[in-house]
Design a protein around this ligand. Structure first.
Ligand SMILES: *Cc1c(COP(=O)(O)O)cnc(C)c1O
Length: 223
């Protein structure tokens, strides 16, 4: 087995163990392998190992890889901060956009023709530069998404803050998700959990895990 296959298998086991410990079924979970900074050849290897969901956080890199791989079964998840002027291009290849965080972005993604799945990203820190909407602004943004054709809201996305334990942060996301579901009962998905905190995220109800280095190995130098 290649090292990549071994790491993938180890993470799949870790996910399944965490799900069982939380009284959940691993089938409820979608694992997105975050391949940012890695070449398209690594995405190809992952695809051959059965991976169908991959995540990227920079538009140019994601667009180039999506063009190179062009596998209809491969779903590209955009997980990074998204500039409004790039948003329509991202929509062209992404199956899911995880980083909806402001009304201006929603407006440029409006479409009468096609629909893209999305998450509203929550900012769990006090730093507005981190991406995500502040909890106080959550409901108006969700209402805006729901009123905009061309976007299907799946739920909430969040990154645990660096300076506090992940589990209570994920518990806050789960609580805020109840407010979202009052507006959109079907939008109960939770995109949370990365290489180091996915077990905590699973315990707090994550449905979409975004896992990079634990599977891909260390990222190449960003140059
Ligand atoms: C890079 C990234 C991940 C994966 O992080 P790892 O710690 O490598 O698992 C998940 N989510 C987002 C938004 C990312 O940018």
């Amino acid at each position: 087995m290649s090292e990549l296959a071994e790491r993938l298998a180890a993470v799949r086991t870790g996910i399944s163990d965490a799900a069982t410990a939380a009284g959940r079924s691993p089938e409820e979970l979608t694992t997105i392998v975050v391949t940012k900074f890695h070449p398209a050849s690594l995405v190809r290897e992952l695809f051959e190992l059965g991976v169908r969901d991959v995540g990227e956080n920079r538009h140019q890199e994601a667009q180039a890889k999506a063009a190179e791989l062009a596998e209809p079964e491969l779903r590209w998840h955009f997980v990074g901060q998204l500039q409004s002027k790039k948003a329509r291009q991202v929509r062209a290849y992404a199956s899911v956009i995880h980083s909806i965080d402001r009304t201006a972005l929603v407006d440029v993604l409006r479409s009468e023709e096609t629909s893209v799945d999305c998450f509203v990203q929550l900012n769990l820190t006090d730093d507005p530069g981190r991406g995500g909407v502040a909890p106080a602004e959550l409901e108006p943004l969700v209402e805006h998404v729901l009123a905009t054709p061309g976007l299907r809201l799946l739920g909430l996305m969040a990154v645990a803050p660096l300076d506090e334990p992940a589990r209570p942060a994920f518990a806050r996301v789960r609580e805020l998700s109840e407010r979202v579901q009052r507006l959109a009962p079907e939008a109960g998905a939770l995109s949370m959990g990365m290489s180091h905190d996915y077990a905590d995220a699973i315990a707090e109800g994550a449905t979409h895990l975004r896992i990079g280095t634990a599977i891909t190995g260390n990222r190449p130098d960003r140059g």
